[in-house]
Design a protein around this ligand. Structure first.
Ligand SMILES: [Zn+2]
Length: 669
């Protein structure tokens, strides 16, 4: 037997002429399992298949994915994590794959309960019917209002910025406010009212005015075509704090004493025109000249009964026990989320809802990697891991890290002895050998450990070479006596690493870092199929994913090889500010999973300008330095205009209240 070292083109030629090289093994590690391209392909093809329908948390597809992961854990011999010490458990239960499932409650939506009623004096007309003439909104509070008065409040908008108030002079306190949907300047997304269009703002304005409820008049002539007629629940939105409903234009005609929906439309146009005139009065115009007749019923009774549809979601947790009698009481968590976006909606970047979002890279790739590492560590004899390794496939990540935040608040192994958490999210699209590693500032020595795990020339034994042209670097072949290829070893050139200090970021490692666990986060970057139906299994770079897993395995082994656990450190923030060359620093930690209006914060760094300003985790920044903030982009833009040492105003929403604080950015070091 002899070893030849070949350059890649020659190797490819050789492989093409070799007949069916199915499985080849390296000489020195033939008993040691290695990441398998074919196994990765099998896992990702299943998880990202149409059958699993995009694995939206709480859906049947997500349950099928959890079942698949649990069965794989069971096949590899991972220890079950749930009730492992439950006395009197039968053999049957002891073997159940359910014992890998850490279930947590999840609100998948809202449904109408049996007690939704509305009545007001209508002459001979019958009461409006829920689902046909009116609909509670998902953010509505359940309540019963008896014989309350009504107050017509135009568009129901209050804006101190625009010095505009639809509630001025209305005395809406104690009554139910009735307002048109939308804004005076229509659907113009760049109009000055654009940000007040959201029903949530209108609900806040109504509550601030002391109203007991809010009725929104639908925009569409046909109620069923109106967005507001569809009962929806937004996990990040919560409860508005008062009953809020939408009514059809036909029902609105009766409620406002108008002849028909045509009369409602002309009333709407009048209100629109007058509102705009009030904002920028034309010459010789006075509001006293304008009037319309609205006849409201004396009393309205309203009963709202929404039922939250709570379903079970589950993290899948399997354990490989440590070999060392002492160190086995320390834990290394390896994590990857398995949920995705289902058929679109919240979080999707697809133009329309309904198509399956396959989520092959996000994050069937990380889940498949988790399974491969579980298989390798469960069967690894030399060296056996000294510490206990906890493998977790998280759910609810796309909805805002729900599964990982449930785990860190209900850990199945003590969090204080969890010495490291390694997260893989989107590791299937490597290009040009580029890999991003986050969290390198969260423990002493992480950088050295990563450098040692990424030598310029690291030999990897390849069991199958499905697509050798994609393998970077040199290849060493072993040939048998007849000249046939019997094994192959790839000498990778080492990854082109981008290292980020920060332990916070847009995935599950954030939950652990917030609990002071050192973290590392691996991903191959974003791409044009991100959060779209087109993130499919055929686009995954399986060979490079196998290399990444070997790298992760080396990192885990070198953490485990040291007697001392990694020492947690406070990482420097590397927000977009730094990479974009911004001069200032606030110390906010955005929640990237959130898609609500404004910028939701996961946390605030200790002693940062944000902390000094009184900003807290859970706050939603809506305005910064006189700029409206609807999303992280607006925020970044505002940040770019700020100067260190100068005081600015920041406006935020906290528990439904809008508040203003003063913030003084610091200079970036
Ligand atoms: Zn995602």
């Amino acid at each position: 037997m002899k070893i030849k070292t070949l350059s890649r083109p020659l190797f490819v030629l050789l492989l093409l002429t070799a007949i069916s090289v199915v499985a080849v093994f390296g000489q020195q590690t033939s008993t040691q399992p290695v990441p398998s391209v074919e196994r990765l392909r099998t896992h990702i093809n299943y998880l990202a298949s149409d059958k699993l329908e995009g694995r939206r948390t709480g859906s049947e597809g997500a349950n099928l994915a959890a079942e698949y992961i649990a069965k794989e854990f069971s096949r590899y011999g991972l220890q079950r994590s749930i009730g492992y010490d439950t006395p009197g458990m039968s053999i049957l239960e002891a073997d159940s794959p359910n014992r890998y499932l850490q279930k947590f409650p999840y609100v998948a939506g809202v449904d109408l309960g049996p007690r939704n009623q509305m009545s007001f004096a209508l002459g001979n007309a019958s009461n409006p019917k829920v689902g046909i003439d009116w609909m509670p909104l998902g953010l509505s509070t359940n309540a019963q209002l008896e014989n309350v008065t009504l107050s017509f409040v135009n568009f129901g908008i209050t804006s101190s910025e625009l010095k505009y108030d639809d509630y001025a002079g209305k005395n809406a306190a104690g009554s139910v406010a009735v307002a048109f949907a939308g804004t005076p300047d229509g659907d113009n997304p760049h109009g000055q009212f654009a940000r007040y269009e959201d029903v949530r703002w209108k609900a806040i304005a109504a509550r601030n005015a002391g109203a007991k409820g809010l009725v929104i008049i639908a925009r569409e002539e046909n109620f069923k075509d109106d967005r507001l007629s569809q009962l929806r629940f937004d996990n990040s939105a919560g409860d508005a704090g008062l009953p809020v409903i939408a009514i059809s234009r036909a029902a609105a005609a009766r409620m406002l004493g108008q002849e028909d929906t045509k009369a409602v439309s002309s009333l709407e146009n009048n209100v629109r025109r007058v509102s705009l005139n009030r904002l920028a009065p034309p010459p010789n115009w006075s509001p006293e000249k304008e009037s319309w007749v609205v006849t409201l019923p004396n009393a309205l009774s309203l009963s709202i009964d929404l039922v939250r549809r709570e379903v079970e979601a589950a993290n899948v947790v399997g354990i490989v026990n440590g070999f060392d009698p002492v160190l086995k009481n320390e834990f290394i968590v390896i994590g990857a989320h398995y949920d995705h976006l289902g058929r679109g909606g919240e979080g999707s970047l697809a133009p329309r809802e309904g198509d399956i979002h396959h989520g092959a890279d996000d994050n069937a790739s990380g889940t498949a990697g988790l399974l491969e590492l579980a298989r390798i560590f469960a069967s690894s004899q030399s060296p056996r891991p000294r510490r206990t390794i906890v493998f977790i496939a998280f759910s609810g990540e796309e909805e805002g890290l729900l599964g990982s935040s449930y785990y860190v608040n209900h850990p199945l192994r003590p969090l204080e002895n969890t010495v490291a958490m390694i997260n893989m999210d989107m590791i299937g699209r490597m290009k040009n050998n580029k890999l991003i590693v986050g969290g390198v500032g969260t423990a002493h020595g992480w950088r050295d450990l990563i450098a040692a795990g990424n030598p310029a020339d690291s030999p990897i034994v390849v069991a199958e070479l499905a697509n050798p042209t994609r393998v970077p670097g040199k290849v060493t072949l072993e040939t048998g006596p007849n000249g046939q290829v019997s094994s192959a070893m790839v000498h990778t050139q080492g990854f082109d690493l981008t290292l980020n200090e920060d332990g916070y970021g847009p995935s599950d490692h954030s939950s652990f870092y917030a609990k002071k666990v050192p973290v590392l986060f691996l991903w191959t970057g974003t791409h044009e199929d991100y959060h779209k139906p087109s993130d499919t299994a055929d686009k995954i770079n399986y060979e490079d994913e196998a290399h990444i897993l070997s790298f992760v395995e080396r990192i885990i082994r070198s953490i485990d090889a040291k007697d001392a656990r990694p020492v947690y450190t406070v990482a420097k923030s590397e927000s977009q500010g730094r990479t974009m060359g911004f001069r200032v620093y606030l110390g906010t930690i955005p929640n990237y999973a959130d898609s609500g209006d404004g910028l939701l914060l996961d946390g605030v760094r200790d002693d940062s300008p944000a902390a000094k300003a009184g900003i807290k985790a859970g706050d939603r920044i809506v305005k910064l330095a006189d700029r409206d903030v609807h999303n992280v982009y607006d925020y970044t833009y505002a940040l770019g205009e700020m100067k260190a040492g100068q005081e600015y105003e920041v406006e935020l929403m906290r528990g439904g209240e809008r508040m203003k604080l003063k913030i003084t950015p610091a200079a970036r070091k």
